[in-house]
Design a protein around this ligand. Structure first.
Ligand code: NAD
Length: 357
């Protein structure tokens, strides 16, 4: 299955790279990503057996165990060990083939191995295509919280081969749709409208041309934001809409709740808090719930996760400034802002309001 790629150029402080969104791209990885030296492939135990053999010319393959619980420094250490044993040097390019976990781990390895080697992303989950693979953030989780250790490492190319989405489990596809809904809310009202009305109710088995269009539309939102603010000193923080709640829910669940599912619940809580603080129409919460439900996403926080535990978990999130929690709130679709002006009681009330009773 082949589909000519859509090229999206991303510029950053030290250069630029293309994001290619198409189908049947992986066999031409070296040409399309203009890789000259050896390729060190990093993948996970689910994706490797399904897709790694489509890539030619790989000098060494490192397979990490699948799952967020393996996005750790211990995993990074095992990757360094295997690259060293395989004799991988600074001429090599590290290629990430997998979801956001592989991309974050492989990117951190590429930023640090031999003081940094070239890096190419081949995202295979919807979430990694529309969000994690673009923007240069890499890193790992610590027992104290998510993504607490990492580095900015820009890829030299991103190949989003949407044909790989056809093996993605449906619940993982839905989790990626949470970030697509988020992108619509941040700055693409037309995209949000299509999701809200059910006009775009895609699944992992949708025609690849529809998947290509969805992925490219969502990537453009992320591209435009990260280009404007590569090191998250301003507008980029808005990409964390729903994430202060979402990361805390993920953490309290012991990572049983997927990242995208946590984000979905977090978007509803953020809308609730926005309305509670009179920034937006109370109807916004229902609109977001409809858009998420249409994609098969959860919109309620499980009752077993205590509101207080979720609140405490928010303090390990990087999105706090000078000890104060920061939230991304909504005024309207396409109009979001960052604020630290929410009290503990207001946050707890919003968590409780969107919990199953
Ligand atoms: P993931 O990498 O755990 O992938 C989800 C599951 O799908 C895994 O079991 C994986 O093995 C499997 N999978 C992936 N592609 C597949 C395919 N084509 N076929 C079959 N199975 C496939 O999780 P994710 O949802 O892709 O990404 C979440 C991670 O991304 C989190 O760690 C999050 O913090 C991170 N993230 C990073 C950024 C960033 O800017 N760096 C942004 C958003 C999210």
């Amino acid at each position: 299955m082949k589909l000519d790629p859509i090229y999206l150029l991303v510029t950053h402080p030290t250069g630029q790279y293309d994001v290619l969104v198409g189908a049947g791209l992986l066999p031409n990885l070296a040409d399309l990503a203009q890789i000259r030296g050896p390729i060190a492939l990093i993948t996970d135990s689910n994706v490797g057996p399904l897709h790694a053999d489509r890539l030619g010319g790989v000098a060494c393959t490192v397979t990490i165990p699948a799952g967020e619980q393996h996005k750790t420094l211990a995993t990074v250490q095992t990757v360094y060990d295997q690259l060293l044993v395989a004799g991988i040097d600074r001429q090599a390019t590290i290629v990430a083939l997998g979801g956001g976990v592989v991309g974050d781990v492989a990117g951190f390895v590429a930023a640090t191995y031999m003081r940094g080697v070239a890096f190419v992303q081949c995202p295979t989950s919807l979430l990694a295509m529309v969000d994690a693979s673009v923007g240069g953030k890499t890193g790992v989780d610590m027992p104290q919280g998510k993504n607490l250790v990492g580095a900015f490492k820009q890829p030299t190319a991103v190949l989003a081969d949407v044909s790989t989405l056809q093996t993605l489990p449906p619940e993982e596809f839905a989790a990626g749709m949470a970030e697509v809904v988020k992108h619509g809310l941040i700055s693409n009202p037309e995209l949000f409208g299509r999701l809200e009305t059910g006009d775009w109710r895609l699944t992992h088995q949708s025609p690849i041309s529809s998947l290509q269009s969805l992925v490219a539309t969502a990537i453009k939102v992320k591209r435009d934001v990260v280009q404007e603010d590569p090191f998250e000193q301003g507008r980029r923080a808005t990409l964390n809409l729903g994430h202060t709640f979402g990361h805390a829910i993920e953490q309290v669940s012991g990572y049983r709740v997927r990242h995208g599912e946590g984000v979905a619940m977090g978007l509803v809580a953020a809308a609730n808090l926005s309305a509670r603080l009179e920034h937006c129409d109370p109807a916004m919460q229902g609109r977001i719930e409809n858009a998420l439900q249409a994609q098969g996403l959860p919109t309620r926080i499980p009752a077993e996760f205590e509101a207080n535990a979720i609140y405490q978990a928010m303090f390990s999130d990087k999105k706090k400034a000078a000890g104060k929690l920061r939230f991304i709130l909504l005024r309207d679709v396409g109009d979001v802002f960052v604020t630290a002006a929410a009290t503990e009681n207001e946050v707890l009330a919003s968590v409780t309001a969107v919990q199953f009773t």
